[in-house]
Write a protein that binds this ligand. Structure first.
Ligand code: MN
Ligand code: ZN
Length: 484
């Protein structure tokens, strides 16, 4: 993992090879104050919304060689905060070609400290690089935010906590970007143990024997084709005095070939991200624990690899699940719901006040909402709207799809209680309806299908290529809102 250093300073002293960014919210409104070293420069906003203009390049002050650039935020973005994150990440990308050592952003003291968080996010998440396998690691500039105002204790803490959260997003991205040769159920469970230890989470790992004793036959079936047997990871955070209990269940298929319903080769690209739900839930729990949000959190991550061999589960198999329901397998590529169903059944024993599962579950959800937006389906309207608004607040998008009960018909089987995949149309909803069979009506449960942003390879806003660590920022924000 590599990302730029973020530094908060109250004094502005240009250094050699600085890029100084002067941010305009629109053509008139400035985010910065004029300051002494910039006296010589004629500061004007770029004409185009979203544009940027180089105002100065050369010896600025004390013979320091600097570049000064004006950037305007008012384009396509719903919020100028999303725009500034993108401005920072764009300038990190070009810093090498322009020989920039530091990117300096000036913020006027009367502006709220929220801007500092956004700049930190642009730096830490926007500048993240997965470089574990590169023999030459990329050099990154540091990001310096100049804010000439004394912050109070709460403001300082909020900024420090935001940075902790971003770090956990990058930790998840490292797990996801790692190649399948490095990540299997066993190695991932070890990594979760290490990460949990750092955060202060209590972590328990079940091996295949324990999983068998627990009758988690869905997880065993999906994992039965791989030489790496399944694991189940439980992470627990129990702060003193916490009254409410949030239980997170994350899909952890370390690689999804589709099994005997083999994916075409192109569709296999990106399937190392099929554990995005597990990584998001686990790293969010680590962040909530490290930040110390006073809510009890349990995370359950079923881990397996969906592979092919003579022992792999097959189409038309029947699995008797942990809760006793039988499932006819009509598609071995609809494997996520099988491991989640057993994990949800286990989650019920933890007595949750809120139960959320997060999974790269269906291509149908990506067809419905595209790859920027995750789907939400469930049986608790308050929880759905809390997740949606938490996501909006941190720049992650969720949208509700109906849990339309009549579609349960599509899952009908003659020889078992249900099929796992069923008919094609409305696949995101039937995926959720399958899970619904394992969750009683009175549980505040929501299923988040993150197959779009969880698997997206192309850049998304300020987030570059590869994993986005989608969902973690939302879950941290949600935890905060649930205790209010
Ligand atoms: Mn699949
Ligand atoms: Zn899958």
């Amino acid at each position: 993992m590599n990302y730029p250093k973020f530094i908060l300073n109250d004094k502005f002293e240009p250094q050699e090879n600085d890029l100084i960014l002067l941010i305009f919210i629109n053509d008139k409104e400035r985010l910065f104050l004029d300051s002494k070293p910039l006296e010589k420069i004629d500061i004007i906003a770029p004409k185009e919304p979203g544009g940027s203009t180089t105002l100065f390049r050369g010896s600025l002050y004390d013979k320091k060689n600097c570049m000064v650039r004006a950037c305007r935020l008012d384009k396509k973005h719903s919020s100028p905060h999303e725009a500034i994150k993108e401005v920072i990440s764009k300038h990190i990308d070009i810093s090498k070609d322009e020989d920039i050592k530091r990117i300096v952003v000036l913020i006027a003291p009367e502006r709220e400290p929220q801007w500092i968080k956004s700049i930190a996010e642009g730096a830490i998440l926007g500048g993240y690089r997965y470089d574990d396998y590169l023999s030459k690691k990329p050099e990154l500039p540091s990001i310096v935010c100049i804010y000439d105002k004394k912050l109070n204790k709460e403001e300082k803490e909020a900024i420090a906590n935001a940075q902790k959260g971003f770090h956990w997003v990058n930790a998840a991205r490292d797990l996801l970007n790692a190649p399948p040769v490095a990540i299997n159920p066993h190695s991932l469970s070890k990594k979760f143990q290490e990460l949990g230890k750092k955060a202060g989470l209590k972590v328990t790992v079940w091996d295949e024997k324990r999983i068998r004793r627990e009758k988690m036959n869905g997880l065993l079936a999906v994992g039965s084709g791989s030489n790496y047997p399944p694991r189940l990871v439980i992470g627990e955070y129990r702060p003193k005095g916490a009254k409410k209990h949030l239980v997170l269940v994350g899909k952890g298929v370390t690689f999804d070939t589709g099994g005997y319903c083999l994916k075409p080769s192109e569709a296999q690209i990106g399937m190392k991200f099929d554990m995005a739900g597990a990584a998001a839930c686990f790293c969010a729990a680590c962040a909530i624990c490290e930040i110390g949000i006073p809510i009890r959190v349990t995370v359950i991550a079923p881990l397996c690899e969906n592979a092919i061999s003579s022992t792999a589960y097959k189409t038309t198999d029947i699995i008797v699940m942990r809760n006793g329901k039988s499932v006819e397998v009509d598609n071995t590529d609809a494997e996520g719901r099988l491991i989640l169903a057993d994990a949800l059944d286990l989650a019920l024993e933890k007595d949750p006040d809120w139960l959320i599962d997060m999974a790269t579950l269906t291509g149908a959800c990506v067809v419905a909402l595209g790859d920027d937006i995750a789907g939400l389906m469930g049986q608790d309207d308050d929880l759905i709207s809390s997740i949606k608004s938490s996501g909006e607040g941190v720049g992650e998008l969720f949208w509700e799809l109906p849990l339309h009960m009549p579609y349960t018909e599509k899952l009908k089987s003659d020889i078992a209680d249900t099929k796992n995949a069923g008919k094609r149309w409305g696949g995101a909803i039937t995926g959720a309806l399958f899970l619904k069979r394992f969750v009683p009506d009175d549980v505040a449960w929501v299923h988040a299908d993150i197959a779009g942003p969880g698997v997206k390879e192309e850049p998304l806003g300020h987030l570059g290529k590869g994993s986005k660590g989608f969902g973690i920022k939302t879950l941290i924000e949600l935890a905060r809102r649930l205790i209010d």
